[in-house]
Design a protein around this ligand. Sequence first.
Ligand code: N01
Length: 485
Amino acid sequence: MGPTVAIIGAGFGGLCMAIQLHRAGIGSFTVFEKGDDVGGTWRDNTYPGAGCDIPSHLYSFSFERYSSWTRRYPGQPEILGYLEECADKYGLRSRIRLNTEVVSAAYDETLGRWRVRAADVAEGRESEELFDVVVSAVGQLNRPHLPEIPGMSSFAGPSFHSARWDHSQDLTGRRVAVIGTGSSAAQLIPPVAEAAGHLDVFQRTPNWVIPKPDAAFNRAARAVFHHLPFTQRVYREWIYRYAEGTLYRALAGGWSTGLLRKRALDHLHAQVPDPELRAKLTPDYPIGCKRVVIDSAFYPALTRQNVDVVTDRIVRIVPEGVETETGIREADAIVYATGFLTTEFLVPMEIAGRQGRRLHDEWKDGAEAYLGIAVPNFPNLFLLYGPNTNLGHNSIVFMIECQVRYIMGCLPHLTERGPMEVRPEAMDTWRRALDRAMDHMVWQAGCASWYKNAAGRVTNNWPGSTPLYRRLTREPRPSAFRFAR
Ligand code: N01
Protein backbone atom coordinates (compact mmCIF):
# COMPACT_ATOMS: atom_id res chain seq x y z
CA MET A 1 0.00 0.00 0.00
CA GLY A 2 2.78 2.46 0.91
CA PRO A 3 2.58 5.95 2.36
CA THR A 4 -0.26 8.36 1.64
CA VAL A 5 0.90 11.17 -0.61
CA ALA A 6 -0.57 14.62 -1.25
CA ILE A 7 0.55 16.07 -4.56
CA ILE A 8 -0.04 19.78 -5.04
CA GLY A 9 -0.56 20.71 -8.69
CA ALA A 10 -1.54 18.75 -11.81
CA GLY A 11 0.89 20.16 -14.34
CA PHE A 12 3.89 18.31 -15.75
CA GLY A 13 5.38 17.77 -12.26
CA GLY A 14 2.27 16.63 -10.42
CA LEU A 15 1.20 14.32 -13.23
CA CYS A 16 4.67 12.77 -13.47
CA MET A 17 4.64 12.09 -9.72
CA ALA A 18 1.14 10.63 -9.87
CA ILE A 19 2.00 8.38 -12.83
CA GLN A 20 5.06 6.96 -11.10
CA LEU A 21 3.14 6.32 -7.87
CA HIS A 22 0.42 4.65 -9.90
CA ARG A 23 2.95 2.51 -11.76
CA ALA A 24 4.58 1.49 -8.47
CA GLY A 25 1.21 0.40 -7.12
CA ILE A 26 1.18 3.09 -4.44
CA GLY A 27 -2.48 3.84 -4.72
CA SER A 28 -3.04 6.18 -1.82
CA PHE A 29 -2.28 9.53 -3.38
CA THR A 30 -4.39 12.59 -4.04
CA VAL A 31 -3.58 15.36 -6.48
CA PHE A 32 -4.89 18.79 -5.47
CA GLU A 33 -5.35 21.18 -8.37
CA LYS A 34 -6.66 24.72 -7.96
CA GLY A 35 -7.52 25.04 -11.65
CA ASP A 36 -10.45 23.45 -13.40
CA ASP A 37 -8.34 20.96 -15.35
CA VAL A 38 -4.92 19.37 -15.56
CA GLY A 39 -2.06 21.02 -17.46
CA GLY A 40 -0.60 23.67 -15.15
CA THR A 41 1.20 26.32 -17.14
CA TRP A 42 -0.18 24.82 -20.36
CA ARG A 43 -3.72 25.25 -19.09
CA ASP A 44 -3.06 28.83 -17.95
CA ASN A 45 -1.17 30.21 -20.93
CA THR A 46 -3.60 30.32 -23.81
CA TYR A 47 -2.44 33.56 -25.44
CA PRO A 48 -2.34 33.52 -29.26
CA GLY A 49 0.88 31.91 -30.44
CA ALA A 50 1.52 30.14 -27.10
CA GLY A 51 3.82 27.20 -27.51
CA CYS A 52 7.06 25.70 -26.41
CA ASP A 53 10.49 26.69 -27.63
CA ILE A 54 11.90 23.32 -26.62
CA PRO A 55 11.30 20.57 -29.21
CA SER A 56 8.25 18.41 -28.53
CA HIS A 57 10.13 15.11 -28.47
CA LEU A 58 12.26 16.43 -25.62
CA TYR A 59 9.51 18.41 -23.92
CA SER A 60 7.58 15.28 -22.95
CA PHE A 61 8.03 12.33 -20.62
CA SER A 62 10.80 9.91 -21.57
CA PHE A 63 8.52 7.02 -20.58
CA GLU A 64 5.55 8.31 -22.51
CA ARG A 65 6.79 9.06 -25.98
CA TYR A 66 4.29 10.39 -28.43
CA SER A 67 4.67 9.71 -32.12
CA SER A 68 1.92 12.07 -33.18
CA TRP A 69 3.53 15.44 -32.45
CA THR A 70 2.60 17.52 -35.47
CA ARG A 71 5.50 19.96 -35.24
CA ARG A 72 9.07 20.13 -34.04
CA TYR A 73 8.01 22.81 -31.58
CA PRO A 74 4.59 22.09 -30.13
CA GLY A 75 1.84 24.64 -29.69
CA GLN A 76 0.03 25.05 -26.37
CA PRO A 77 -3.11 23.09 -27.39
CA GLU A 78 -1.00 20.11 -28.41
CA ILE A 79 1.01 20.06 -25.17
CA LEU A 80 -2.17 20.40 -23.13
CA GLY A 81 -3.68 17.54 -25.15
CA TYR A 82 -0.60 15.42 -24.41
CA LEU A 83 -0.94 16.02 -20.66
CA GLU A 84 -4.67 15.28 -20.76
CA GLU A 85 -3.95 12.03 -22.59
CA CYS A 86 -1.38 11.08 -19.95
CA ALA A 87 -3.91 11.76 -17.17
CA ASP A 88 -6.48 9.59 -18.95
CA LYS A 89 -4.13 6.79 -19.93
CA TYR A 90 -3.03 6.23 -16.34
CA GLY A 91 -6.55 6.64 -14.96
CA LEU A 92 -5.55 9.60 -12.87
CA ARG A 93 -8.70 11.69 -13.22
CA SER A 94 -10.38 10.09 -10.23
CA ARG A 95 -7.32 10.91 -8.12
CA ILE A 96 -7.23 14.59 -9.06
CA ARG A 97 -9.33 17.03 -7.07
CA LEU A 98 -9.92 19.94 -9.41
CA ASN A 99 -10.87 23.45 -8.24
CA THR A 100 -9.28 22.62 -4.91
CA GLU A 101 -6.52 24.85 -3.62
CA VAL A 102 -4.13 23.78 -0.88
CA VAL A 103 -3.98 26.71 1.50
CA SER A 104 -1.70 25.23 4.14
CA ALA A 105 0.24 22.17 5.16
CA ALA A 106 1.45 21.75 8.73
CA TYR A 107 3.65 18.96 10.00
CA ASP A 108 2.18 17.27 13.07
CA GLU A 109 5.18 16.04 15.05
CA THR A 110 3.15 13.79 17.31
CA LEU A 111 1.65 11.92 14.41
CA GLY A 112 4.65 12.30 12.06
CA ARG A 113 2.20 13.29 9.34
CA TRP A 114 1.12 16.37 7.41
CA ARG A 115 -2.16 18.17 8.00
CA VAL A 116 -3.12 19.42 4.56
CA ARG A 117 -5.84 22.08 4.39
CA ALA A 118 -7.53 22.62 1.06
CA ALA A 119 -10.23 25.04 -0.02
CA ASP A 120 -12.95 24.57 -2.57
CA VAL A 121 -12.10 27.40 -5.00
CA ALA A 122 -15.72 28.25 -5.79
CA GLU A 123 -17.19 28.15 -2.29
CA GLY A 124 -14.13 28.72 -0.13
CA ARG A 125 -15.12 25.80 2.10
CA GLU A 126 -12.01 24.32 3.74
CA SER A 127 -11.29 20.79 4.85
CA GLU A 128 -8.29 19.06 6.35
CA GLU A 129 -6.73 15.66 5.68
CA LEU A 130 -3.70 13.77 6.95
CA PHE A 131 -0.92 12.57 4.64
CA ASP A 132 2.44 10.94 5.25
CA VAL A 133 4.15 12.77 2.42
CA VAL A 134 3.58 16.10 0.66
CA VAL A 135 4.95 16.71 -2.83
CA SER A 136 4.70 20.28 -4.07
CA ALA A 137 4.47 20.52 -7.86
CA VAL A 138 3.32 24.11 -8.21
CA GLY A 139 6.02 25.21 -10.64
CA GLN A 140 8.02 28.40 -10.78
CA LEU A 141 5.94 30.42 -13.25
CA ASN A 142 2.42 30.07 -11.91
CA ARG A 143 1.73 33.53 -10.48
CA PRO A 144 1.48 36.36 -12.99
CA HIS A 145 3.45 39.51 -12.23
CA LEU A 146 1.59 42.71 -12.92
CA PRO A 147 3.84 45.77 -12.76
CA GLU A 148 3.12 48.65 -10.44
CA ILE A 149 2.63 51.39 -12.99
CA PRO A 150 0.67 54.38 -11.69
CA GLY A 151 -2.84 54.71 -13.10
CA MET A 152 -3.27 51.09 -14.24
CA SER A 153 -6.83 50.92 -12.99
CA SER A 154 -7.76 54.12 -14.83
CA PHE A 155 -7.36 52.56 -18.29
CA ALA A 156 -10.67 52.80 -20.16
CA GLY A 157 -10.30 49.62 -22.26
CA PRO A 158 -9.61 45.98 -21.46
CA SER A 159 -6.24 45.04 -20.02
CA PHE A 160 -4.97 41.63 -19.00
CA HIS A 161 -1.85 39.57 -18.34
CA SER A 162 -0.46 37.23 -21.01
CA ALA A 163 -1.12 34.21 -18.75
CA ARG A 164 -4.75 35.29 -18.20
CA TRP A 165 -5.67 36.00 -21.79
CA ASP A 166 -9.13 37.48 -22.16
CA HIS A 167 -10.53 35.57 -25.12
CA SER A 168 -13.72 37.63 -25.04
CA GLN A 169 -11.73 40.52 -26.49
CA ASP A 170 -11.43 40.69 -30.26
CA LEU A 171 -8.28 42.66 -31.05
CA THR A 172 -8.95 42.77 -34.78
CA GLY A 173 -8.33 46.25 -36.12
CA ARG A 174 -7.77 47.71 -32.65
CA ARG A 175 -4.89 49.70 -31.20
CA VAL A 176 -3.05 47.37 -28.87
CA ALA A 177 -0.22 48.00 -26.41
CA VAL A 178 1.96 45.07 -25.34
CA ILE A 179 4.20 45.76 -22.35
CA GLY A 180 7.22 43.46 -22.09
CA THR A 181 9.39 41.61 -24.60
CA GLY A 182 10.22 38.26 -22.94
CA SER A 183 9.44 34.81 -24.32
CA SER A 184 5.66 35.19 -23.86
CA ALA A 185 5.60 38.56 -25.64
CA ALA A 186 7.79 37.22 -28.45
CA GLN A 187 5.22 34.48 -29.08
CA LEU A 188 2.06 36.57 -28.82
CA ILE A 189 3.29 39.66 -30.69
CA PRO A 190 3.29 38.09 -34.21
CA PRO A 191 -0.39 37.01 -34.17
CA VAL A 192 -1.48 40.15 -32.34
CA ALA A 193 0.40 42.34 -34.83
CA GLU A 194 -1.36 40.58 -37.66
CA ALA A 195 -4.80 41.13 -36.18
CA ALA A 196 -4.37 44.60 -34.67
CA GLY A 197 -4.87 47.88 -36.48
CA HIS A 198 -1.82 49.21 -34.69
CA LEU A 199 0.50 47.65 -32.12
CA ASP A 200 2.86 49.44 -29.75
CA VAL A 201 5.44 47.13 -28.20
CA PHE A 202 6.88 48.62 -25.02
CA GLN A 203 10.39 47.31 -24.58
CA ARG A 204 12.32 48.07 -21.39
CA THR A 205 15.27 45.78 -22.13
CA PRO A 206 16.01 44.08 -25.44
CA ASN A 207 16.35 40.30 -25.38
CA TRP A 208 18.80 38.08 -27.15
CA VAL A 209 16.85 36.15 -29.77
CA ILE A 210 17.93 33.04 -31.67
CA PRO A 211 15.99 31.36 -34.48
CA LYS A 212 13.46 28.63 -33.82
CA PRO A 213 13.82 26.11 -36.66
CA ASP A 214 10.21 25.02 -36.47
CA ALA A 215 8.61 22.79 -39.08
CA ALA A 216 5.67 20.47 -39.34
CA PHE A 217 6.36 16.74 -39.17
CA ASN A 218 4.89 15.33 -42.35
CA ARG A 219 2.95 12.07 -42.36
CA ALA A 220 6.01 10.08 -43.38
CA ALA A 221 8.06 11.39 -40.45
CA ARG A 222 5.23 10.66 -38.03
CA ALA A 223 4.87 7.16 -39.45
CA VAL A 224 8.59 6.55 -38.93
CA PHE A 225 8.34 7.76 -35.31
CA HIS A 226 5.30 5.57 -34.81
CA HIS A 227 6.53 2.33 -36.38
CA LEU A 228 10.18 2.63 -35.41
CA PRO A 229 10.03 3.97 -31.85
CA PHE A 230 13.81 3.91 -31.51
CA THR A 231 13.95 6.80 -34.01
CA GLN A 232 12.15 8.97 -31.46
CA ARG A 233 14.73 8.03 -28.87
CA VAL A 234 17.58 8.85 -31.23
CA TYR A 235 16.00 12.18 -32.21
CA ARG A 236 15.36 13.08 -28.58
CA GLU A 237 18.93 12.19 -27.61
CA TRP A 238 20.28 14.28 -30.44
CA ILE A 239 18.37 17.43 -29.39
CA TYR A 240 19.28 16.82 -25.78
CA ARG A 241 22.97 16.59 -26.58
CA TYR A 242 22.85 19.71 -28.72
CA ALA A 243 21.30 21.66 -25.83
CA GLU A 244 23.92 20.41 -23.38
CA GLY A 245 26.82 20.80 -25.77
CA THR A 246 26.13 24.24 -27.18
CA LEU A 247 23.58 26.08 -25.06
CA TYR A 248 24.76 24.96 -21.63
CA ARG A 249 28.38 25.70 -22.45
CA ALA A 250 27.41 29.20 -23.56
CA LEU A 251 25.66 29.86 -20.24
CA ALA A 252 28.67 28.52 -18.38
CA GLY A 253 30.93 30.99 -20.18
CA GLY A 254 32.44 28.33 -22.44
CA TRP A 255 33.67 28.49 -26.00
CA SER A 256 30.18 28.47 -27.46
CA THR A 257 29.21 31.87 -25.94
CA GLY A 258 30.71 33.68 -28.93
CA LEU A 259 29.00 31.31 -31.36
CA LEU A 260 25.61 31.78 -29.74
CA ARG A 261 26.03 35.57 -29.68
CA LYS A 262 27.00 35.56 -33.34
CA ARG A 263 24.00 33.41 -34.15
CA ALA A 264 21.71 35.89 -32.39
CA LEU A 265 23.29 38.93 -34.07
CA ASP A 266 23.14 37.24 -37.49
CA HIS A 267 19.47 36.47 -36.84
CA LEU A 268 18.81 40.11 -35.95
CA HIS A 269 20.66 41.36 -39.06
CA ALA A 270 18.89 38.92 -41.33
CA GLN A 271 15.42 39.77 -40.03
CA VAL A 272 15.64 43.49 -39.26
CA PRO A 273 16.98 45.56 -42.16
CA ASP A 274 16.38 48.97 -40.52
CA PRO A 275 19.57 49.94 -38.60
CA GLU A 276 17.66 52.21 -36.22
CA LEU A 277 15.27 49.44 -35.17
CA ARG A 278 18.18 46.99 -35.03
CA ALA A 279 20.02 49.26 -32.62
CA LYS A 280 16.96 49.36 -30.35
CA LEU A 281 16.77 45.57 -30.38
CA THR A 282 20.47 44.92 -29.69
CA PRO A 283 21.10 43.85 -26.10
CA ASP A 284 24.06 45.26 -24.19
CA TYR A 285 24.46 42.46 -21.66
CA PRO A 286 25.96 38.97 -22.00
CA ILE A 287 23.88 36.46 -23.93
CA GLY A 288 22.08 34.00 -21.63
CA CYS A 289 22.03 36.39 -18.65
CA LYS A 290 18.26 36.57 -19.18
CA ARG A 291 16.40 33.65 -20.72
CA VAL A 292 17.28 33.69 -24.44
CA VAL A 293 14.20 34.07 -26.62
CA ILE A 294 13.95 31.33 -29.25
CA ASP A 295 11.71 32.59 -32.01
CA SER A 296 11.75 33.26 -35.74
CA ALA A 297 8.52 35.26 -36.04
CA PHE A 298 9.18 37.93 -33.41
CA TYR A 299 11.57 40.21 -35.32
CA PRO A 300 9.58 40.11 -38.59
CA ALA A 301 6.49 41.17 -36.60
CA LEU A 302 8.39 44.15 -35.20
CA THR A 303 9.29 45.32 -38.71
CA ARG A 304 5.64 45.53 -39.79
CA GLN A 305 4.20 48.89 -40.84
CA ASN A 306 1.57 48.74 -38.12
CA VAL A 307 4.04 48.02 -35.28
CA ASP A 308 6.17 50.45 -33.28
CA VAL A 309 8.81 49.42 -30.77
CA VAL A 310 8.64 52.00 -28.01
CA THR A 311 11.65 52.29 -25.75
CA ASP A 312 10.65 55.53 -24.00
CA ARG A 313 10.15 54.97 -20.30
CA ILE A 314 6.55 54.34 -19.26
CA VAL A 315 5.42 57.02 -16.81
CA ARG A 316 1.82 56.01 -16.16
CA ILE A 317 -1.25 54.40 -17.61
CA VAL A 318 -3.99 56.89 -18.49
CA PRO A 319 -7.59 56.21 -19.57
CA GLU A 320 -6.67 56.55 -23.24
CA GLY A 321 -3.47 54.52 -23.25
CA VAL A 322 0.14 54.47 -22.09
CA GLU A 323 1.94 57.68 -21.17
CA THR A 324 5.68 57.67 -21.69
CA GLU A 325 8.24 60.35 -21.01
CA THR A 326 7.63 61.65 -24.56
CA GLY A 327 3.83 61.60 -24.63
CA ILE A 328 0.69 59.48 -24.69
CA ARG A 329 0.44 56.40 -26.96
CA GLU A 330 -3.24 55.73 -27.37
CA ALA A 331 -4.49 52.15 -27.05
CA ASP A 332 -7.80 50.28 -27.04
CA ALA A 333 -6.34 47.31 -25.14
CA ILE A 334 -3.24 46.65 -23.04
CA VAL A 335 -1.52 43.28 -22.70
CA TYR A 336 0.85 42.90 -19.78
CA ALA A 337 3.45 40.35 -20.90
CA THR A 338 5.35 41.18 -17.76
CA GLY A 339 6.34 37.78 -16.45
CA PHE A 340 5.77 35.97 -13.19
CA LEU A 341 6.48 36.18 -9.46
CA THR A 342 9.21 33.63 -9.84
CA THR A 343 11.26 33.86 -6.68
CA GLU A 344 8.33 33.46 -4.27
CA PHE A 345 8.31 29.68 -4.23
CA LEU A 346 5.18 27.96 -2.89
CA VAL A 347 3.43 31.29 -2.21
CA PRO A 348 0.65 31.80 -1.10
CA MET A 349 0.54 28.42 0.68
CA GLU A 350 1.44 28.42 4.36
CA ILE A 351 3.82 25.54 5.02
CA ALA A 352 4.84 24.83 8.61
CA GLY A 353 7.45 22.21 9.48
CA ARG A 354 8.81 20.94 12.76
CA GLN A 355 8.22 23.24 15.77
CA GLY A 356 5.88 25.27 13.62
CA ARG A 357 8.71 26.73 11.52
CA ARG A 358 7.29 28.63 8.56
CA LEU A 359 8.86 27.75 5.23
CA HIS A 360 8.60 31.37 4.13
CA ASP A 361 10.56 32.50 7.22
CA GLU A 362 13.24 29.91 6.52
CA TRP A 363 13.42 31.30 2.99
CA LYS A 364 13.41 35.00 3.85
CA ASP A 365 16.86 35.45 2.22
CA GLY A 366 15.92 33.34 -0.78
CA ALA A 367 14.37 29.94 -1.39
CA GLU A 368 16.75 27.00 -1.24
CA ALA A 369 16.48 23.24 -1.02
CA TYR A 370 18.82 20.28 -1.00
CA LEU A 371 18.97 19.10 -4.64
CA GLY A 372 16.09 21.55 -5.09
CA ILE A 373 13.95 18.85 -3.48
CA ALA A 374 14.22 18.70 0.34
CA VAL A 375 14.34 21.33 3.10
CA PRO A 376 15.76 20.87 6.63
CA ASN A 377 13.05 20.85 9.33
CA PHE A 378 10.36 19.84 6.84
CA PRO A 379 10.21 16.03 7.07
CA ASN A 380 8.64 14.15 4.18
CA LEU A 381 8.11 17.35 2.20
CA PHE A 382 9.47 17.13 -1.34
CA LEU A 383 9.56 19.75 -4.07
CA LEU A 384 9.36 19.33 -7.81
CA TYR A 385 10.86 22.08 -9.98
CA GLY A 386 11.96 23.68 -6.71
CA PRO A 387 14.69 26.27 -6.05
CA ASN A 388 17.71 26.14 -8.37
CA THR A 389 16.30 23.55 -10.72
CA ASN A 390 15.17 25.74 -13.60
CA LEU A 391 17.15 25.53 -16.83
CA GLY A 392 17.99 28.18 -19.36
CA HIS A 393 18.99 25.67 -21.99
CA ASN A 394 17.13 22.37 -21.82
CA SER A 395 13.84 20.69 -20.97
CA ILE A 396 12.40 21.13 -17.48
CA VAL A 397 10.59 17.83 -17.97
CA PHE A 398 14.00 16.16 -17.75
CA MET A 399 14.60 17.76 -14.33
CA ILE A 400 11.14 16.81 -13.12
CA GLU A 401 11.72 13.18 -14.06
CA CYS A 402 15.01 13.16 -12.12
CA GLN A 403 13.23 14.60 -9.08
CA VAL A 404 10.32 12.18 -9.25
CA ARG A 405 12.70 9.23 -9.48
CA TYR A 406 14.57 10.56 -6.44
CA ILE A 407 11.36 10.97 -4.42
CA MET A 408 10.24 7.48 -5.43
CA GLY A 409 13.61 6.29 -4.09
CA CYS A 410 12.90 8.02 -0.76
CA LEU A 411 9.59 6.24 -0.19
CA PRO A 412 10.99 2.85 0.89
CA HIS A 413 13.34 4.62 3.33
CA LEU A 414 10.64 6.69 4.98
CA THR A 415 8.29 3.73 5.07
CA GLU A 416 10.91 1.70 6.91
CA ARG A 417 12.55 4.31 9.12
CA GLY A 418 9.87 6.93 9.61
CA PRO A 419 9.70 10.53 8.36
CA MET A 420 12.95 11.68 6.77
CA GLU A 421 14.39 15.13 6.91
CA VAL A 422 17.48 16.41 5.18
CA ARG A 423 20.33 17.19 7.58
CA PRO A 424 21.40 20.85 7.86
CA GLU A 425 25.01 19.78 7.15
CA ALA A 426 23.93 18.24 3.84
CA MET A 427 22.10 21.47 3.01
CA ASP A 428 25.21 23.54 3.86
CA THR A 429 27.40 21.40 1.64
CA TRP A 430 24.85 21.67 -1.15
CA ARG A 431 24.64 25.46 -0.78
CA ARG A 432 28.42 25.85 -0.94
CA ALA A 433 28.61 23.66 -4.05
CA LEU A 434 25.84 25.67 -5.71
CA ASP A 435 27.57 28.95 -4.89
CA ARG A 436 30.83 27.71 -6.37
CA ALA A 437 29.15 26.48 -9.54
CA MET A 438 27.14 29.70 -9.83
CA ASP A 439 30.36 31.75 -10.06
CA HIS A 440 30.89 30.40 -13.58
CA MET A 441 27.43 31.16 -14.80
CA VAL A 442 26.40 34.11 -16.92
CA TRP A 443 23.31 34.91 -14.80
CA GLN A 444 25.25 36.41 -11.93
CA ALA A 445 26.21 39.79 -13.29
CA GLY A 446 25.29 42.21 -15.99
CA CYS A 447 21.50 42.06 -16.03
CA ALA A 448 18.32 41.78 -13.98
CA SER A 449 16.26 38.66 -14.60
CA TRP A 450 13.50 36.52 -13.18
CA TYR A 451 16.18 34.03 -12.11
CA LYS A 452 17.24 36.24 -9.18
CA ASN A 453 15.56 37.47 -6.04
CA ALA A 454 15.59 41.08 -4.83
CA ALA A 455 18.92 40.53 -3.07
CA GLY A 456 20.48 39.38 -6.34
CA ARG A 457 20.74 35.71 -5.41
CA VAL A 458 20.01 33.27 -8.25
CA THR A 459 17.25 31.22 -6.64
CA ASN A 460 15.76 29.64 -9.73
CA ASN A 461 18.44 28.16 -11.94
CA TRP A 462 20.48 25.00 -11.84
CA PRO A 463 24.10 25.95 -12.56
CA GLY A 464 25.31 22.48 -13.55
CA SER A 465 24.71 20.36 -16.59
CA THR A 466 21.66 18.10 -16.71
CA PRO A 467 23.75 14.87 -16.80
CA LEU A 468 25.32 16.04 -13.53
CA TYR A 469 21.88 16.66 -12.01
CA ARG A 470 20.76 13.22 -13.16
CA ARG A 471 23.80 11.66 -11.46
CA LEU A 472 23.25 13.57 -8.22
CA THR A 473 19.60 12.57 -8.03
CA ARG A 474 20.03 8.96 -9.13
CA GLU A 475 19.13 7.72 -5.65
CA PRO A 476 18.84 9.22 -2.18
CA ARG A 477 21.86 9.02 0.09
CA PRO A 478 20.42 7.98 3.49
CA SER A 479 23.36 9.64 5.28
CA ALA A 480 22.08 13.04 4.07
CA PHE A 481 18.86 12.52 6.04
CA ARG A 482 17.72 12.17 9.61
CA PHE A 483 15.02 9.56 10.18
CA ALA A 484 12.46 9.30 12.94
CA ARG A 485 13.46 5.68 13.72
O1 N01 B 1 8.25 36.91 -18.73
P1 N01 B 1 9.70 37.60 -18.60
P2 N01 B 1 7.68 35.96 -19.87
N1 N01 B 1 7.65 48.02 -17.31
O2 N01 B 1 9.90 37.82 -17.15
C1 N01 B 1 9.01 43.39 -18.91
C2 N01 B 1 9.01 30.85 -19.82
N2 N01 B 1 8.32 30.79 -21.07
O3 N01 B 1 6.30 35.61 -19.48
O4 N01 B 1 13.55 42.64 -19.13
C3 N01 B 1 8.05 47.61 -18.51
O5 N01 B 1 10.74 36.86 -19.33
C4 N01 B 1 10.39 42.83 -18.74
O6 N01 B 1 11.37 43.84 -18.97
P3 N01 B 1 12.86 43.69 -18.31
C5 N01 B 1 10.47 31.19 -20.10
O7 N01 B 1 11.29 30.51 -19.20
C6 N01 B 1 8.63 29.74 -21.83
O8 N01 B 1 7.90 36.52 -21.19
O9 N01 B 1 12.64 43.25 -16.88
N3 N01 B 1 8.37 46.35 -18.80
C7 N01 B 1 10.36 41.72 -19.78
O10 N01 B 1 10.57 42.23 -21.06
C8 N01 B 1 10.46 32.67 -19.84
O11 N01 B 1 11.72 33.19 -19.55
C9 N01 B 1 8.06 29.61 -23.04
O12 N01 B 1 13.43 45.04 -18.42
C10 N01 B 1 8.28 45.46 -17.80
C11 N01 B 1 8.92 41.22 -19.67
O13 N01 B 1 8.17 42.27 -19.09
C12 N01 B 1 9.49 32.76 -18.71
O14 N01 B 1 8.45 31.87 -19.04
C13 N01 B 1 7.16 30.56 -23.51
C14 N01 B 1 7.86 45.81 -16.50
C15 N01 B 1 8.79 40.00 -18.79
O15 N01 B 1 9.50 38.96 -19.36
C16 N01 B 1 8.88 34.11 -18.49
O16 N01 B 1 8.59 34.69 -19.76
C17 N01 B 1 6.86 31.64 -22.71
C18 N01 B 1 7.54 47.17 -16.28
N4 N01 B 1 7.17 47.60 -15.07
C19 N01 B 1 7.44 31.75 -21.48
N5 N01 B 1 7.88 44.72 -15.73
C20 N01 B 1 8.44 28.42 -23.82
O17 N01 B 1 8.34 28.45 -25.01
C21 N01 B 1 8.30 43.70 -16.51
N6 N01 B 1 8.54 44.16 -17.76
C22 N01 B 1 8.99 27.23 -23.09
